[in-house]
Write a protein that binds this ligand. Structure first.
Ligand code: HEC
Ligand code: HEC
Ligand code: HEC
Length: 144
């Protein structure tokens, strides 16, 4: 009698632990999407990443432009056009222009696989740049 009772307890225990394991597995697989299922660590988008961290680590947008100019990949841009960023980028990178802002931003951050630091260091998350209004579902770009 006692042995049978113990088997029942054992089976209940096993059943319970598999439920616990299943719940844990489900929690572990919920993707961490900024502002959706996880804290939004870059609520201002571009400028939260593109800033001067230290004298030799200047990731500001003005410096990104200057670097591309040096590499012959970007026309020179006057300081006056680099005051309100990223808004002013749109002056030249309009949606219907030859270099639409969305397309050049997606190419810069989402191509190259493991070579691209946005993918390796920031999980290539769309929501570092985009934001969603949970009421309406509309998606915008932070800072534009
Ligand atoms: C979460 C951080 C993050 C955010 C947000 C972000 N970037 Fe970047 N950006 C990066 C990283 C990392 C790279 C370097 C990618 C690589 O390894 O090539 C980069 C690269 C760039 C480059 C260089 C491209 C080239 O071809 O040299 C430009 C320009 C740029 N970002 C502009 C922007 C703008 C504009 C926004 C907002 C619309 C933005 N970024 C948002 C992290 C970020
Ligand atoms: C005065 C106009 C102008 C402004 C302002 C401007 N751009 Fe550009 N940008 C261009 C043109 C023209 C090209 C194409 C250059 C080429 O292919 O030779 C370009 C190309 C680029 C490229 C692609 C470079 C490559 O290697 O393919 C990136 C990235 C870029 N711009 C980012 C930005 C960002 C970010 C800003 C705002 C901080 C900005 N641009 C502001 C005119 C502008
Ligand atoms: C580095 C910042 C950045 C990242 C990362 C990013 N986007 Fe964008 N996205 C933009 C910008 C800037 C625009 C252009 C907005 C404008 O012109 O008003 C845009 C526009 C768009 C558009 C409108 C069509 C177009 O190309 O202009 C779609 C759709 C889109 N993004 C989807 C995505 C998806 C899906 C991801 C993730 C796989 C993603 N974006 C990641 C910055 C980003």
């Amino acid at each position: 009698m006692r042995a049978r009772w113990m088997v029942a307890v054992l089976i209940m225990g096993l059943a319970l632990s598999s439920v616990v394991a299943a719940v844990a597995a489900e929690q572990a697989t919920v993707p961490k999407i900024p502002g959706i299922t996880a804290e939004d660590t870059h609520p201002n988008g571009c400028t939260d990443c593109h800033r001067k961290v230290s004298p030799d680590r200047d990731y500001s947008l003005a410096t990104e432009i200057a670097n591309m100019v040096k590499e012959g990949r970007h026309p020179r841009v006057s300081d006056r056009m680099l005051q309100d960023l990223p808004k002013q980028c749109i002056t030249c990178h309009k949606p219907d222009s030859k270099y639409p802002f969305g397309e050049i931003m997606h190419s810069a951050h989402l191509t190259g696989g493991a070579e691209n630091h946005f993918i390796t260091n920031y999980q290539g998350q769309c929501m570092h740049c985009h934001a969603m209004d949970p009421q309406t579902g509309s998606i915008t770009v932070k800072g534009l």
